[in-house]
Every structure is written in C-alpha cells, then in structure tokens.
Design a protein around this ligand. Structure first.
Ligand SMILES: [Zn+2]
Ligand SMILES: [Zn+2]
Length: 346
C-alpha cells in the first residue's frame, strides 16, 4: 500500500510499504480522509522527539473498518469510524479523575503509532481501550469526520474557558483552528465573536467563511485598541489565542474584560516559550489564564455530534482535497496559509 512517511526533518516520502494486519484487540481501517494541520508541517520540517522514524504521519483520521481483530466486540467491517489522535492511558491519577487531556502517559497517532496518511491503518488496542474509536453519525461525511479531532481540541479549550451565553469572544489567528473556534463560540451562545489575524489575505479568506462580527487585521490596527473600542472600553470576556505567538498572548491579556478568561490554545515555539505578563492586570481584574492541551475521547464524540446536528458546520472549511501523493504539497499549502482545511483522500 501507499503511505506518506516521515524519515528525517525535511525528508518525507510517498512510498510503498506492506499492508498492515489487525492483531488481537485491534481494528484495521481503509482510510478515507486524513486532514492536515500545522502540526504536520512542523513534524515534516523539524521532526518530533516522540517520533522514531520511519513513521507514517497523519492524525486527523476517518475511515471504514475492513477487518476486526480477535477479541474486539461491537465493530464490524463496513462501519464508518473516526479515530482519536491523542491517546490517554485510562489508568493514571489524571485519567481516573476524568482529566484525560493531561494524561502524562499520553501517546498519539502518527507519533507513537502509524498514522492516517496511508491507504490502510491499524487502530491500536490502546485506542479501543479508552473508547477512542467513534462511529461517524449518519449524514456526516468522512471528510467532515476527520475535522472532528481539531474541533474536539477547540471544544476542550472552550469548556475550560467557559465560553457561553452573552460572552464577547476574541479569536486571535484565523487558520482552521481559529475558524473552528469562531463557529463553536457562536454555537455556545457567544454574543459577539471578533477575529484577529496578522495577514490581511488570510483574515479575509476566513472572515468570508465564518463571518465574525468584526475582522481585525493586526498588521493594520492595534488589536487591543480595536477590541476595546468594539466593547465600549470593557474588553472581551474570552480571548482565545489560536496562533503560535507570544505577542498574541500578551495582547490577549491586555484586551480582557474584568474577570476575563484567556485561553492559550496555541503553544509557543520551544526556543521562545516566555512572554511578558503585567501580573497586576491579572490580579486586579481577576483574569484567568487557561491552558489547553488536545482533546479527550469524549470531546471527539461530542465534536462529531456538533457536526452531525449542524451546530458547528465544517464542510465549507475544507477548502482543498488532495490524493495521498499530494500530502507533501498539502503541507506547503498549509504552511503558506493558502487554505483553511486541506484534507487528504488516500
Ligand atoms: Zn492536527
Ligand atoms: Zn493517564
């Protein structure tokens, strides 16, 4: 079968490998869609300390079951499924407390296990053990289902930041994650959602799709002043940084309303992880700065439901569809910000 494998930083190959077989406790799927994200670009350029090459990449996975290994109940060939990306152990102190996104033993598809940029893939028993193989609801396409994983991550962040009725929400970064955050905030009853982005071109592409109440180009105006003006000087109730930018995080703190919640959704580059924070702003305004790390199996199920019910449409966010041999081109499209979501159809 054909796969897209990471060999070394800058060396990702479209190549032939033997088709895998499902062992006991495993399920083999025909991958129908595996979507790309900024993480794939990062891995292809820099590798990752959890990836021992060669490794099939891809973690936003949807497909169809072809064989079911011994000892697996409840699944049959032909079932349409979505696969979680981050796999918690299900046994540690955090997992037992229901905090599966911060499991210290977490392993991941496309990192520790072969990923979805392949014609076939084995769903490891570790995924099945934590109920991480999800039935795709009727009416949801494989491509839409593949976007459930990033949507699940957005859902985790908005749960933690308690995005809800009447909130003024700012999303910084207009990539696919930013677009999902805008849609999800609306679905949760936000009063207004403002989208901030440095690149005018990317901002317009995203704003045309997700229609924020204001689209703010941070290269042209000061986004802090713009948000304060839009909110009558009050600031935003929630700010979500969906960009790997320390400056965006610093701006987010400064544009928060009293008791505002700031979600640091996007991580920062490893060599530049520190920011300047006016701690007195946090103190006197009772600000809450909140992290977000991936998603749990339950978040993935909820994300599929949000897509199925139409609460968070994702079909129109999939702007590019490419065959498996186009995956390496897809990373370039993602890196240059020419697309919202690029999906691979092996
Ligand atoms: Zn991703
Ligand atoms: Zn755990």
């Amino acid at each position: 079968m054909k796969v897209v494998r990471f060999h070394a930083p800058g060396d990702v190959r479209f190549e032939d490998v033997p088709e895998p077989e499902a062992g006991p406790g495993e399920v083999k799927i025909r991958v129908r869609n595996c979507s790309t994200c900024g993480t794939d670009v990062k891995i292809s350029k820099f590798g990752h300390h959890h990836i021992h090459p060669p490794r099939v990449m891809g973690h936003e996975i949807a497909g169809e079951i072809v064989t079911v290994g011994d000892g697996v109940d409840g699944w049959a060939p032909g079932d349409r499924v979505q696969v979680i990306a981050a796999i918690p152990c299900g046994e540690c102190d955090e997992c037992r407390r229901g905090r599966m996104t911060i499991c210290p033993n977490q392993v991941s598809m496309g990192y520790h296990f072969e990923g979805g940029f392949a014609q076939f893939m084995v769903v490891p028993k570790e995924v099945l053990k934590v109920d991480g193989l999800n039935r795709i609801p009727e009416g949801v396409s494989f491509a839409e289902a593949s976007v459930a994983e990033p949507l699940a991550c957005a859902l985790n962040a908005q749960n933690l930041a308690r995005v809800g009725e009447g909130d003024d929400v700012v999303v910084i970064g207009s990539g696919p994650i930013g677009c999902l955050h805008v849609r999800l905030a609306r679905a949760r009853g936000a009063a207004r959602v403002f989208l901030v982005e440095l690149s005018r071109q990317r901002l317009e592409m995203a704003a045309n799709l997700v229609k924020p109440d204001a689209a703010i180009c941070a290269a042209e105006v000061d986004p802090i002043e713009a948000v304060l003006e839009l909110t009558g000087g009050r600031g935003a109730d929630v700010i979500i940084t969906a960009a790997a930018s320390g400056k965006a995080q610093e701006q987010a703190i400064q544009m928060a309303a009293r008791q505002g919640r700031i979600s640091f959704f996007g991580g920062l580059p490893k060599d530049k992880p520190t920011i300047t924070c006016d701690s007195n702003l946090v103190h006197y305004r009772e600000l809450m700065i909140i992290g977000a790390n991936g998603s749990s199996p339950a978040h993935n199920k909820q994300a599929l439901d949000l897509v199925a019910t139409g609460a968070v449409p994702v079909a129109d966010l999939i702007t590019h569809r490419l065959p498996l041999d186009g995956a390496i081109d897809a990373f370039g499209i993602v890196e240059r910000g020419e697309a919202i979501k690029v999906t691979i159809e092996p």
